[in-house]
Design a protein around this ligand. Sequence first.
Ligand code: SF4
Length: 361
Amino acid sequence: MNMNLGVVRHDWDKKEVEELFNLPFNDLLFKAQVVHRQHFDPNEVQVSTLLSIKTGACPEDCKYCPQSGHYNTGLEKEKLMQVEAVLTKAKQAKEKGSSRFCMGAAWKHPSDKDLPYVLEMVKGVKELGLETCMTLGMLRDDQAQELADAGLDYYNHNLDTSPDFYDKIITTRSYQDRLDTLQHVRDAGMKICSGGIIGMGERASDRIGLLVQLANLPQQPESVPINMLVKVKGTPLEDVEDVDPFDFIRCIAVARIMMPKSHVRLSAGRESMSDEMQALTFMAGANSIFYGECLLTTPNPEAHKDMQLFKRLGLRPEQRIEESDETQEAVLNQAIVKDQEAKNPMFYEASATSAGDSVQH
Ligand code: SF4
């Protein structure tokens, strides 16, 4: 199997990706590690914090999502947060060592009425010295440009699954709508965070189809979240069959091989993973996580547990390139020590909203 390992390619075909998936587990992980070490420090993990700035009552019908207004999941709805409240949360996230602050709103797309507030949030978070990321649904080209001009670094918009399986999961926006939004984000000069969800009842060929779509984009996403479905009561996927943990780890490894320079993010579903499984995902090439006690509205492993796991595995939080000093690492190390002394939960509570969805959009 000669795949030019470690080279960014945009011509992946399904057959060769299938061959990767079918490799013996150890061979696949070895290949993923080799690729990972060509482009990244294998002991660094990028750490982001996520805040839900507007929760629930979304008009879209994503079948995995408790924020959809189509399902009754008991989620407490919240209007768009005040700018100042968002900045307070961002400050706390920075103090706890996050390098990126991600803000998510459950919208089909941002309205012209709400966008000015969102732009203020971007500017304010940026001034704190954090990288900024938003997920607000579909964007027109002019909205993407306004966000970029305000200083937004990343825009998250997931493809979710393969084009073939997509209409089993979402009917209110098309796959092409998603690709168009990603193109507007690129045209405006922002970086892309885009990935998908494993465990929605898709076939192996759909996992392949998703990764082929992502890798063959004109420019690969800088950040690729691979989510494991969080089954939420009241959503149509509440009883779907569990994904085999090894199949999930294989997806991470194949994503690492196909998108060698992207950060592969271990995202929703981490709460239900054992420490050993998480360690295997890092070995397979995952090098980004969210921390905080919630994702948009679903529980995330308690943040102090994350830091203990980092310590046990000898992992370090990745530094922002712009930061010339070691502030971020020092802050995290201090937090680890303090936590061990006080045995108190630490780290920022990313969202105070009730338990609910995975971090999708
Ligand atoms: S995933 Fe995003 S777009 Fe879909 S229902 Fe949930 S909040 Fe709305």
